[in-house]
Design a binder for this molecule. Structure first.
Ligand code: ADP
Ligand code: UDP
Length: 251
């Protein structure tokens, strides 16, 4: 379901917001300009990709599930004073966000060993780590998102030390908040990816927080409720996404 006009409440009061032209189409979302300067409409697609875009598919209803989960979690994080781009959920697949100047660095937080970490350091999947690991990857599909450190970010002019410090602080806080949120729902937040951007001098958490960008396991059975089911053809992808949505949003 797509919107043409939406009544929204910005600080300026009640206004009618219109969806304007497509600004950018990515692998999982479309970003549209809106009639309000500085605000974008983020539309979640059912398209799924893995292994740097080499594996492609469609997960039915993923767009609405990821919008529901992301909207819920951004709102939840706002209660803990995490600065995010989220304004409001506009429709089943659309979210109103503040336009950010995205810093092209993917921040990955890990609590339990999985994915590329296991291969890189020869650590068995499922190893609980004594301290969360924060990693930086350059957001560049052509280079396959190589791992970098903070000094690369300064050297390449992507962010200064003060901004990187703010990002690390917010990332650690988001991890602590979400880890205990999931734990209370008998879920394990294994790892997840975040993107940050600048709005004036402020650093905001942007993009999405969804089963496309997180690894989440059932606490008791370790059943995977995330994109690993799609990556590794495990079946039951749509069902797992829907189960996760229900366990996050409806409990
Ligand atoms: P990709 O570009 O990796 O294929 P998506 O399909 O998720 O990813 O596209 C969404 C794009 O929008 C990403 O490039 C992301 O960095 C960018 N983005 C996310 N939030 C914002 C925001 N608030 N303002 C501007 N750009 C954003
Ligand atoms: N991730 C992501 N986008 C990326 C790379 C990773 O959302 O481009 C997420 C991924 O879903 C997982 C975490 O970041 O929750 C860590 O991913 P990992 O480095 O293990 O990479 P993978 O092996 O999954 O590509």
């Amino acid at each position: 379901m797509n919107l043409n006009n939406a009544i929204i409440h910005l600080i300026t009061g009640e206004i009618t917001l219109q969806k304007k032209e497509l600004l950018y189409e990515g692998k999982a979302k479309k970003m549209y300009l809106s009639s309000e300067e500085g605000y974008l409409i983020q539309e979640f697609k059912d398209d799924a990709t893995a292994f740097n875009g080499t594996k492609k598919g469609v997960i039915p209803h993923k767009g609405e599930i990821n919008n529901a989960i992301s909207s819920f979690l951004f709102e939840y994080l706002e209660n803990y004073h995490i600065p995010t781009h989220f304004v409001e959920k506009l429709s089943s697949t659309e979210m109103l966000v503040r336009k950010l100047e995205i810093i092209p660095i993917e921040i990955v937080m890990r609590n339990v060993a999985a994915g590329s970490l296991c291969a890189r350091y020869n650590i068995p999947e499922g190893t609980i780590m004594e301290y969360p690991v924060l990693e930086h990857y350059l957001k560049d599909d052509k280079l396959h998102d190589p791992m970098i450190n903070e000094y690369h970010a300064y050297a390449f002019g992507h962010a200064n030390p003060e901004e990187m410090h703010a990002i690390s602080r917010i990332a650690a806080k988001v991890n602590a908040i979400l880890k205990s949120f999931f734990d209370r729902r008998n879920l394990i937040l294994v790892d997840f990816k975040m993107e940050f951007g600048k709005r004036g001098l402020e650093i905001n958490l942007g993009d999405e927080i969804s089963p496309d960008t997180c690894r989440i396991w059932d606490k008791r059975t370790h059943k995977k409720l995330d994109k690993d089911r799609f990556r590794h053809d495990m079946g039951g992808v749509e069902k797992a996404y829907a189960e996760l949505r229900d366990r996050i949003v409806n409990s």
